[in-house]
Design a protein around this ligand. Structure first.
Ligand code: FAD
Ligand code: UDP
Length: 368
């Protein structure tokens, strides 16, 4: 009899498996894929270059708790991600910053002059409700068209006016020359690999791992007290309230017979091409190799569910599933798919650590 059957070997499931096993609980963790790590899985391709199977994953967090927790399972390589956007025939920093404006407009403005420039272009939107509002409110229509509208349409197959503000709000606007994609306190990549970090998390005598297995095929045969589900919540309930929409990505990898391909980790293509961005892994991993590997991201409606789509009508459907989930005894939902939240890795770790505390409290109460 397992204490917990956990569905999904990504961050959401692995954190809970590790924490609960450490408390003496017996765990079976199951994934339908042939590997652990969920979407953070990385491996050496046939040419020996470390690649991320599900697109570029860059770790960043402001949470000391999350960083300290993961540091038990990996050493780190400091890495600050930088992204350029191909706009008007030039490569300029995104998030839009002082350098972006001066390069695009051939100017030499100071930080305070850029602030004035952007204020003169911005069109106040009150309230700021959509992803279009966020950008136009900050930088006006022209820069919105250059950097956001086309990229967002490709990524989500929606106009930014049909997406929640939270989506483009992930990308700030700056008037200084900070060209880092993230400004979090902790920014680093696992020194060896994400997969090795997961291997360490899951290597505990109380944790059994079962891969290549859809949980539906085994759930009735495996005696367990409680279940933790990190797959798509709508699939758990057999789509009873309808399908929650997700965006997927077709990742196209190339290995090139050259040392370097591009000058920054990622280059975004907001207005040209069918792909949104190209990432070169060696920037992220620091690997030395004579060849290099890149990935193109082609967004699509078909395929694995990667991105929950943040908009009101989807949230309303999710709320119905959430209510049902709350009423379902001995089953917990967590993770990007389990709670239909556009979460980064660190947010998923924090969410699972919080769920662990909740479960521990319930256990304490049961034992009293
Ligand atoms: P997942 O990693 O998706 O794990 C869920 C697991 O459940 C999967 O392995 C799946 O196979 C399994 N599963 C589902 N259904 C079943 C079933 N029926 N039976 C058995 N198993 C099942 N975050 C960052 O912080 N930084 C980044 O740079 C970053 N880049 C990203 C780039 C892309 C292209 C994508 C898609 C995401 C990115 N993320 C990034 C987000 C990050 O991937 C997620 O936050 C994190 O991996 C979510 O972990 P999870 O465990 O919730 O879900
Ligand atoms: N975005 C954009 N242009 C860019 C970068 C981002 O329009 O050059 C928008 C787009 O809608 C994207 C969202 O901002 O989906 C969030 O970007 P982020 O880089 O955080 O996406 P992720 O890495 O999660 O795919």
């Amino acid at each position: 009899m397992y204490d917990f059957l956990i569905i999904g070997c990504g961050f959401a499931g692995s954190v809970l498996a590790e924490r609960l096993a450490d408390q003496g609980k017996k765990i079976l963790i199951v994934d339908k894929r042939d590997h652990i790590g969920g979407n953070a899985y990385d491996y050496y391709n046939e040419e020996g270059i470390m690649i991320h199977k599900y697109g570029p994953h860059i770790f960043h967090t402001n949470s000391e708790e999350v960083f300290k927790y993961l540091s038990r399972f990996t050493e780190w390589r400091p890495y600050e991600h930088r992204v350029l956007a191909s706009v008007d025939g030039q490569l300029v920093p995104i998030p839009i910053n002082l350098t972006t404006i001066n390069k695009l407009y051939g100017s030499n403005l100071s930080s305070s002059e850029v602030k004035e420039f952007l204020a003169s272009k911005a069109e106040a939107r009150k309230p700021v409700l959509t992803s279009e509002d966020v950008v136009i409110n900050a930088v006006g229509k022209e820069l919105y068209e250059k950097f956001f509208r086309g990229y967002t349409k490709k990524q989500w197959d929606l106009d930014p006016s049909d997406l929640d503000a939270s989506v483009t709000a992930r990308v700030p606007t700056r008037t200084n020359s900070d060209d880092r994609y993230f400004t979090d306190i902790f920014q680093a990549m696992p020194k060896n690999s994400y997969t090795e970090m997961f291997r360490k998390m899951l290597s505990h005598p109380n944790i059994h791992i079962m891969l290549n297995t859809n949980y539906k095929d085994i759930v009735d045969m495996i005696p367990h007290k409680k279940l933790i589900f990190t797959g798509p919540i709508d699939s758990y309930f057999d789509f009873r309230f309808g399908k929650l929409p997700y965006r997927s990505i077709d990742f196209r990898f190339e290995t090139l017979d050259q040392h370097k391909y591009q000058t920054s980790g990622t280059i975004n293509y907001p207005t040209s091409n069918l792909y949104t961005r190209i990432t070169e892994f060696k920037h992220l991993t620091g690997q030395q190799h004579l060849k290099t590997a890149i990935v193109y991201e082609y967004p699509t409606g078909e395929g694995d569910p990667y991105y929950p789509i943040p908009r009101k009508e989807n949230q309303e459907v999710y709320n119905q599933y959430k209510k049902l989930a709350d009423e379902t005894p001995d089953v917990y939902f967590t993770g990007r798919l389990g709670t239909y939240k556009y979460y980064n890795m660190d947010q998923v770790v924090a969410q699972s650590l919080a769920l662990f505390r909740k479960i521990s409290k319930e256990n304490e109460n049961d034992n009293q």
